[in-house]
Write a protein that binds this ligand. Structure first.
Ligand code: URA
Length: 209
C-alpha cells in the first residue's frame, strides 16, 4: 500500500492555520497556498536520487552533485490545483506541467474529466499530482487513472488537507501512489466539505464565492 505522510513541519502548520481562518482574504490565501506547496515539495523531493557531475568553479575543478534520473511533471487538478503550482515550480523550475480538468457534480459528488493536456514524454516522467483538498478522493483517483492510461509509472499525490475517507479511497484504488498532506482532518461532511477544513479552496483562491 502507498505511504500516507503528513508533512507537519512547524512552518507548514502555521501557514495552514492562517488559510483555515475564515477571515483570511483571497489574496493572502493564494499566496500562502503557494508557499505551502513549495514547502511540501521540499519535503516530498527529499529522496530524489543524485549523481556526480564534474564542474569548474572560478577557482578550479570539482566533483559535485546534481539531481539524477527521471524528470518531473507537476499535474495540478483544475481549478484549485493551480493554487499550489507556483510554489511547487519555484522549487523545481525545470519541471513540466500537465493540466487535468475535473469538475464535481454537485448532486452526486462524482468527478468528471473535461480537459487533459500532458507533456509528450509524460510516460517517462514521474508525476506529482497537486490539489489542495483530498475529499472523497474521486477527482484524484480519476486524475491518477488518466496518467496511468498514458503510461505513467510513478505517481505521487500532494494535498493540503486530506479527509480520512479520501486517503482510504486512494489507497484502495491506487495502492502504488504515495500521498502527502499538510494535515489530515476529522472527516468528510455529507455535503462533500472536509471538516474543519478550510472551505471551498477554489472559491477562496480565486475570490469566486
Ligand atoms: N473541496 C474543497 O474545496 N473543500 C472541501 O472541503 C472539499 C472539497
Amino acid at each position: 500500500m502507498g505511504k500516507f505522510t503528513v508533512l507537519n513541519h512547524p512552518l507548514i502548520q502555521h501557514k495552514l492555520t492562517i488559510i483555515r481562518r475564515k477571515e483570511t482574504s483571497s489574496n493572502e490565501f493564494r499566496r500562502i497556498v503557494g508557499e505551502i506547496g513549495g514547502l511540501m515539495t521540499y519535503e516530498i523531493t527529499r529522496d530524489l536520487p543524485l549523481k556526480d557531475v564534474e564542474i569548474e568553479t572560478p577557482i578550479g575543478k570539482t566533483t559535485q552533485k546534481e539531481i539524477a534520473g527521471k524528470k518531473l511533471t507537476i499535474v495540478p487538478i483544475l481549478r484549485a490545483g493551480i493554487g499550489m503550482l507556483n510554489g511547487v515550480m519555484e522549487m523545481i523550475p525545470s519541471a513540466k506541467v500537465g493540466v487535468i480538468g475535473m469538475y464535481r457534480d454537485e448532486e452526486t459528488l462524482t468527478p468528471h474529466e473535461y480537459f487533459c493536456k500532458m507533456p509528450k514524454d509524460v510516460a517517462e516522467r514521474e508525476c506529482l499530482v497537486v490539489d489542495p483538498m483530498l475529499a472523497t478522493g474521486g477527482s484524484a483517483n480519476m486524475a491518477i487513472g488518466a496518467l496511468k492510461k498514458r503510461g505513467v509509472k510513478v505517481i505521487k499525490l500532494a494535498v493540503l488537507v486530506a479527509a480520512p475517507e479520501g486517503v482510504k479511497a486512494i489507497q484502495k484504488e491506487n495502492p502504488d501512489v504515495d500521498i502527502y498532506a499538510a494535515a489530515e482532518d476529522e472527516k468528510l461532511l455529507p455535503n462533500g466539505y472536509i471538516t474543519p477544513g478550510l472551505g471551498d479552496a477554489g472559491d477562496r483562491l480565486f475570490g469566486t464565492k
